[in-house]
Design a protein around this ligand. Structure first.
Ligand code: MIC
Ligand code: SF4
Length: 644
């Protein structure tokens, strides 16, 4: 029997497979980092002592943190540029665009593997790559030449039939899948798209679908590399990078989904989760205050061209603020050259920098209780910077139509072709700095050394019982399902400047959800534990959501289930993830109760001071167990162990 595409690429990069733990170790051809996770990733890489990167290509982008209010961002940018030059990494300067968009234009190559310190790295799947998001430390290990370990994923075949109707877009396809599968439906799975409907989708449209596969919790998503891929690469002057890749006709999948593109309707992800989906037609009474078009999901030339076709010759509603952030320098130049930029300005839009911007809460926070329509990929509570805002995720077409109407409106039936005429794709490398492997790393005063963490047994309040080792701790938080990394470690303009300063950024842990959390941790000064529901840590790959709680004393998280990247980040920094559903009355109120946690290789025992106790199987792999015992991956590397 033949192979599906995902398995073909995985097998071609397989270093080893361990049936007992079901872990595959994959060789990573390429890496990407962005500034907000990159500073830590490079501090970690430097601590490993490697003299240069060992990948085919590593690129360091600056796109998240470009406000530069104070010296901190600019210091980070300089640090990143000097590290890149010294260690052999291409540096993409601020202004060049959002990492995933630029990567698609300039560097993505069919059939290759990519690991990136950003959860939307799977955008590269639109180019026929296996592209995986991970914590910075895992990316640092890949840069040092180590393979990356993933749970052998189930491959879900998504067969696309038919073609999209006008006014319905790739964004609606992925929102449709989110409604079907939910934000945890893709955990440890790869979504592979195939079928006759694939040919009707361009590479940027495929990239939109793969990008938001991250919201399904999927390991990654992938499309075949076909004539549409050749067409895109030729437009980018990279025809030599083209290679066809597709499934064998007789291959099968672990799970199958079939759906007809012609049946998809315009959809919106309603507050505060991408899987809370309603048809746009049911929201037409909703008055809109703000519309934002951009982000790595929807900022390609074709996205902006469709929005411009709708806005052409019209004015944005008087009560709506429309902001547009082109995804890259290339996109900005194209819309400048062919009149789209003028169309936006004439319609009354505000043009934003080619960066993540409002998607990560860097400006453009809406007013109190606002309804904000965004073409982005995440609408988690408070991520916009306004705690009371209601954010809806929609396509660029729906966004533009709604900006004109002043309420949620569909673009079905509207003319989207005004800017269809062929444009040339300008190739400009002036904001890409190719390394000459010289120079010294420059570190501004905001860039602090990484903290050291104790080995498991040497931590405070250690206890033991026979071969079981552990500690006593206070429960510092009790939380529900789907806690996001934005809840744990918020982003936004106040917080992002401290991404390379753990002491400072730890002040913000849970600040929007549990304002007393940091105070309680500090007052207690000992070990802490968090208890949560399912899918703990969904969303961003930011390892700050593990390292900062660890810095505050959190030693374990007990949750019904964990999101893939966050679970790995917890282990990488020596926090024990315990998969277990504790009864609600297991312990007293958060921060009032002391519990003990003990484990050996087989089991984990949790005892509350009221006498209740629970025992669960220790489901860590041998390697994960060793990492937790070492106090994290950096300790292990320092002791001379390799990653995997
Ligand atoms: C995000 O979309 O949440 C981010 C910001 O891109 C993150 C990375 C980060 O927190 O720096 C991600 O998705 O991994
Ligand atoms: Fe940037 Fe938003 Fe994409 Fe994250 S999701 S990489 S913040 S544009």
């Amino acid at each position: 029997m033949g192979k599906n595409l995902a398995n073909k690429i995985l097998d071609a990069h397989l270093v080893s497979y361990d049936a007992k733990s079901n872990l595959m170790r994959i060789r990573m051809d390429c890496t990407l980092t962005q500034d907000a996770t990159g500073t830590l990733a490079y501090l970690e890489f430097m601590r490993m002592g490697a003299d240069k990167v060992r990948t085919d290509l590593s690129v360091s982008y600056v796109d998240h943190n470009t406000l530069q209010n104070g010296f901190m961002n600019a210091d980070d940018h300089r640090f990143l540029q000097t590290v890149a030059n010294k260690y052999g990494i291409v540096f993409s300067k601020p202004g060049n665009g959002i990492c995933h968009q630029v990567n698609l234009e300039r560097f993505a190559v069919p059939g290759k593997t990519l690991i990136g310190s950003d959860s939307h790295t799977p955008t590269g799947g639109g180019m026929g790559m296996i592209a995986i998001g991970a914590g910075g430390l895992d990316v640092a290990c890949a840069m040092a030449g180590m393979p990356y370990a993933i749970v052998k994923p189930k491959i879900v075949g998504v067969q696309l039939k038919g073609r999209l109707k006008s006014g319905v877009s790739a964004k609606d396809v992925i929102i449709h899948l989110l409604r079907l599968l939910t934000v945890k439906g893709g955990v440890n799975k790869i979504m592979e798209y195939y079928g006759e409907g694939v040919a009707s989708l361009s590479v940027p449209e495929r990239a939109t679908i793969c990008n938001m596969g991250a919201e399904l919790g999927a390991t990654t998503s992938v499309f075949p590399s076909d004539e549409r891929t050749r067409e895109f690469l030729a437009l980018q002057g990279r025809q030599n990078d083209f290679k066809p890749f597709e499934r064998d006709a007789d291959s099968t999948y672990d799970e199958d989904i079939i759906f007809d593109l012609s049946e998809v309707v315009p959809l919106a992800s309603c507050p505060h989760s991408p899987d809370n989906v309603k048809p746009v037609s049911e929201l037409s009474d909703l008055k809109v205050d703000q519309v934002l078009i951009g982000s790595c999901t929807n900022s390609s030339y074709s996205d902006l061209a469709k929005a411009a076709s709708i806005l052409r010759g019209k004015k944005v509603h008087k009560d709506v603020s429309l902001g547009i952030a082109p995804g890259s320098l290339q996109v900005l130049k194209m819309i400048t050259d062919n009149g789209i930029l003028r169309t936006f300005l004439d319609a009354g839009a505000r043009i934003l920098e080619t960066a993540c911007g409002p998607c990560i809460g860097m400006g453009q926070s809406p007013k109190t209780n606002a309804v904000s329509l965004r073409t982005f990929n995440r609408n988690f509570h408070a991520r916009s910077g306004t705690v009371s805002a209601n954010v809806y995720l929609v396509s660029p077409e729906t966004a533009a139509a709604s900006a004109l109407a002043g309420h949620v409106a569909s673009a079905e039936g509207l003319d989207l072709t005004a800017f269809d005429k062929a444009v040339s794709y300008p190739i400009d490398s002036s904001l890409l700095i190719f390394p000459d492997c010289t120079g010294e790393v420059e570190m501004g005063p905001n860039i602090k050394p990484l903290p050291d963490f104790d080995e498991f047994e040497n931590g405070p309040a250690a206890i033991s019982d026979g071969d079981m080792r552990g500690f006593s701790a206070k429960v510092m938080a009790r939380l529900g399902d789907n806690i996001t990394t934005d809840d744990i470690m918020p982003a936004g303009a106040d917080v992002l400047p401290y991404r390379s300063n753990i002491d400072k950024i730890s002040e913000f842990v849970f600040c929007k959800r549990l304002p007393d959390f940091v105070g309680h941790c500090k007052e207690w000064g000992g070990n802490g534990v968090i208890i949560a529901g399912s899918n703990y840590g969904q969303g961003s790959s930011r390892e700050h959501a593990a390292i900062a709680p660890r810095y505050l004393g959190i030693r374990a998280v007990i949750a019904v289930s964990f999101a893939r990247i966050h679970r790995k980040n917890l282990i990488n920094f020596g926090i024990l993830p315990i998969e277990c559903k504790l009864p609600d009355d297991f312990s007293a109120e958060a921060s009032a109760d002391t519990i003990s946690i003990m484990l050996n290789r087989e089991k984990i025992r949790i005892c509350a001071s009221n006498g209740k106790h629970a025992e669960v199987a220790n489901n860590l792999t041998d390697e994960e167990y060793e990492l937790v015992m070492c106090g994290g991956l950096l300790n292990k590397i320092r002791k001379g162990g390799a990653n995997g």
